[in-house]
Design a binder for this molecule. Structure first.
Ligand code: ZZB
Length: 259
């Protein structure tokens, strides 16, 4: 499956980012890069998720920019020409853990919200995508449930309540689930927490299918168009704007993950 790697520019580091990281960055532009299968939902980004225990790195790209992703993703990107440098070469300038990144402020490309915060999500897989996930709580049940968990227990999750303050933003509608499919399905299936894995998988599957086959955009340049038609168009706009790149996972890894 080909992902869209969405580039979220770091505006301001959170309170626990180390001085080593800041020093290594200097004045360079840093992109936190999230892999998504739903580029048409990017208008509705409300935050960015990292796994608090996942190890990330900052990797050099052309134009004096840095990409913040897992090392595994950086290697894949290097082979796919994402860094525009020598094929397959990665140069890491710093290590950073997910928990350090909490409260970092980033720009969600094409987002209605102009600035969003980095928050923790328990289920982020280090072995999938970039390890960075952009959050769209209107259309992703995992994102919706996690955001609600974080709001209920901000202190336990070591976040400031205002980092989780942006409400879900509708981007598409279907007759069956309305314009907040994730909330609808979390209610319908009585999903209580982000750890409710089986029910969340079911909700995700239903949301994907209904949105893709019967969804109509309610926002953006392709408002009124079917989701399936808008999806590649929004993706191309993001790529043309320099705010996304194609990203693929090697076949062997995809197989070993599902085995
Ligand atoms: C934004 C988005 C909006 C997503 C949505 C989904 C939905 P899949 O189908 O299992 O391959 N994701 C990406 N990387 C990771 C990771 N390392 N760990 C956990 N989750 C990750 O899932 C692809 C989706 O899983 C990606 O697309 C991303 O969330 C998340 F409205 O990006 B998505 C119904 C789903 N809706």
């Amino acid at each position: 499956q080909e992902y869209t790697a969405v580039k979220m520019e770091v505006l301001e580091w959170g309170p626990t980012v180390s001085s080593e990281v800041k020093q290594a960055v200097g004045g360079k532009k840093v992109w936190m890069v999230a892999a998504t299968l739903r580029p048409e939902t990017m208008y509705g980004q409300t935050n960015c998720f990292v796994g608090p225990n996942i190890k990330y790195g900052l990797f050099e790209s052309a134009h004096n920019e840095l990409y913040l992703v897992t090392e595994r993703a950086a290697r894949n990107m290097a082979f796919q020409g994402t860094f525009e440098g020598e094929n397959g070469r990665v140069a890491k300038v710093a290590d950073v853990t997910g928990s350090e990144l909490l409260g970092t402020k980033v720009i969600p490309p094409f987002g209605v919200a102009k600035e969003v915060y980095v928050l923790p999500m328990e289920g982020v897989l280090a072995t999938k995508g970039t390890g960075v996930v952009t959050s769209v709580p209107s259309d992703s049940p995992d994102d919706y449930r996690t955001l609600m968990d974080l709001r209920k227990k901000a202190e336990m999750y070591k976040i400031q309540p205002e980092w989780a303050a942006i409400d879900p933003i509708p981007v598409l509608k279907t007759e069956k689930y309305g314009d907040m499919a994730a909330e609808f399905l979390c209610d319908m299936l009585k999903i209580q927490s982000q750890r409710d894995k089986d029910k969340l998988a079911e909700a995700k599957d239903l949301t994907y299918k209904e949105g893709f086959y019967n969804g109509v955009m309610t926002i953006g340049d392709f408002k009124g168009e079917p989701v399936a038609e808008a999806k590649p168009k929004v993706r191309q706009q993001m790529i043309d704007a320099g705010l996304a790149t194609p990203y693929a996972e090697p076949e062997s890894e995809v197989i070993s993950r599902s085995a």
